[in-house]
Design a protein around this ligand. Structure first.
Ligand SMILES: [Zn+2]
Length: 214
């Protein structure tokens, strides 16, 4: 075999090996230290949009930039979009604050820079425990273990100008509703198929439309 082909095969082999090594089960241990296991002190009955808009119960006041289940080529090529990307339809101010959507507790603050993320744990009326996750936060105002409600300002978004430093695609809220958080956050960029998507995530738009009615 000529040398060039041998190197090419070696390169492809290593590449495959590297890709195969990245998965939720392995990566989750990196993110576990950012998780605090605590319970919310109140049940999340009443849900609201995460933004300061005229009516926080009106789903139409969300501007949807990207939908749940979309194809993504960032980080691990071909992963699925586990969230909806949103902004307020009419921002009330230049710096856009993000609010908790319901009563809950901060269980994780992880990542930094353009990916900074806050995760809230909520207990529903039927006893189910779920999570809401807010990503691409420029400033975070809460800490692990803090009880929150819909009036708690948890963070603020990037401005268009601040987003440019990272390529310009971060001035929105990546908003997830999760059935579980056993991956400690990495499923947000390592979910590769519909089965994994449905295992951990709700379609946030469907979830919110239902919950905002209450
Ligand atoms: Zn997103």
């Amino acid at each position: 075999m000529n040398k060039k082909i041998l190197f090419l095969l070696l390169f492809l082999g290593l590449h495959f090996f590297a890709d195969a090594q990245i998965n939720i089960d392995i990566d989750k241990n990196r993110w576990k230290p950012y998780y605090t296991d605590a319970s919310p002190s109140a049940i999340a009955v009443n849900w609201f949009l995460p933004f300061e808009v005229a009516d926080r119960k009106d789903i139409k006041q969300l501007k949807i930039i990207s939908i749940f289940g979309d194809h993504r080529d960032s980080f691990l090529k071909g992963h699925m979009h586990t969230a909806i990307d949103v902004n307020p339809l009419k921002p009330a101010s230049k710096l856009i604050p993000v609010y908790a959507m319901a009563k809950g507790i901060v269980c994780s603050v992880h990542l930094g820079e353009n990916q900074q993320t806050v995760v809230l744990k909520h207990q529903l009326k039927d006893g189910q425990v779920i999570f809401s996750s807010y990503k691409h936060l420029k400033e975070v105002y809460v800490r692990q273990g803090q009880q929150v409600d819909e009036k708690t300002k948890i963070a603020r978004l990037f401005t268009v100008q601040e987003s440019k430093k990272y390529g310009g695609d971060y001035h929105h809220l990546h908003l997830e509703i999760r059935r579980r958080f056993d991956d400690y956050g990495c499923a947000s960029w390592l979910t590769m198929n519909k089965k994994e998507l449905d295992l951990r995530f709700f379609n946030p738009l469907v979830f919110l439309k239902e919950k905002l009615k209450v």
